[in-house]
Design a protein around this ligand. Structure first.
Ligand SMILES: *Cc1c(COP(=O)(O)O)cnc(C)c1O
Length: 226
């Protein structure tokens, strides 16, 4: 199957999941995760009308960003080391992996130098797997409150990764929990403005994520399989 056919198929699946959960299709944005491919295939993705590009490693992301940045909206979705912040802030439009105060501090410092603001998702480790990044849910409200001191950081929503498992109900409970945390944060009016976005759902589980309220799904392998 070609990239074009894969995209068409995925769009059909997104449409179905939206119908099933009575959501509008335009509430769900697909981020094409291009970490598996080079500049030319990333360009192809953009030429096929996909607007959002996701990358998880700074060193692989930058050449693509430099070549293609004017064409799309760029999302940094992977773990971000503080010493790499300089290479991301001012370039990428969104950071999905804000998960510690030292990182917030570094982002803020760089954003101040550049006189810019940074749209961030707070990554939450709902599943509690040690291999995964993210704020522990028990500490999430405190973490959000602490983030408010950084006025260059604009929290737009929450991000999580579900465990890699065939257990659909477990996956669903992780996504549902992220949505409930978002609603809780808004109920408590932690931020000036309500946060809207939920970055959740990958190739393996995006339909469940859509049913549970995802606004950004991050898809890699399902687009680039042969
Ligand atoms: C690789 C990656 C994805 C996409 O994963 P697929 O299973 O290939 O769709 C999504 N989010 C993050 C953070 C990733 O690193």
């Amino acid at each position: 199957m070609s990239l074009k056919e894969n995209i068409q198929q995925v769009k059909q699946r997104i449409k179905k999941a939206c119908e099933k959960s009575k959501r509008e299709e335009n509430e769900v944005k697909m981020i094409a995760v291009t970490k598996y491919v080079g500049i030319e295939q990333t360009r192809e993705v953009l030429d096929l009308g996909i607007e959002h590009i996701g990358e998880n490693r700074v060193q692989y992301a930058l050449p693509k960003y430099e070549a293609l940045s004017s064409m799309g909206v760029w999302h940094f979705i992977g773990h971000l080391q503080t010493n790499k912040v300089k290479q991301v802030v001012g370039k990428f439009d969104y950071i999905h992996s804000l998960d510690r105060l030292s990182l917030a501090e570094a982002i803020h410092k760089r954003a101040n130098q550049l006189q810019t603001k940074v749209k961030c998702f707070i990554q939450v480790n709902i599943s509690g797997e040690e291999s995964k990044g993210g704020v522990n849910p028990d500490e999430l409200i405190e973490f959000c409150k602490a983030i408010r001191q950084y006025d260059t950081i604009q929290v737009v929503g929450l991000m999580t990764m579900a465990p890699y498992t065939a257990n659909q109900e477990l996956i669903r409970s992780v996504f549902r929990s992220l949505r409930e945390w978002r609603d809780q944060i808004n109920q408590q009016k932690i931020f000036h403005e309500p946060i809207k976005e939920l970055s959740m759902g990958m190739s393996n589980d995006f339909e469940i994520a859509i049913e549970e309220g995802a606004t950004f799904i991050r898809l890699g392998s399902v687009l680039f399989k042969n």
